[in-house]
Design a protein. Structure first.
Length: 84
């Protein structure tokens, strides 16, 4: 939502009144990351790219973990499939 700052801050105040255990904060700037997306406003033009956290390791799963065996065996297949 592309709102003026005062409208955004007012809306966040309203949302924060719904539940005392959940509090929202606003970070104002020209770029942000949200889930797997990096978004940047460059002179009014929105640029997006895929974002991965620095600690992101999609294929690391210790074989002695408690995950089901089929999940552990599927990791190499998935790596190959994504590489194609």
């Amino acid at each position: 939502i592309n709102w003026p700052v005062r409208h955004l801050m007012k809306q966040i105040e309203l949302w924060n009144q719904f539940d005392e255990n959940i509090k929202l904060n606003a970070n104002l700037g020209s770029f942000t990351t949200f889930l797997d997306l990096y978004m940047e406003n460059r002179d009014g033009i929105l640029f997006t790219t895929v974002y991965q956290k620095p600690s992101y390791e999609p294929y690391y799963l210790p074989f002695n973990s408690i995950h089901p065996l089929h999940m552990k065996k599927n990791i190499p297949f998935t790596m190959l499939f994504r590489a194609i």
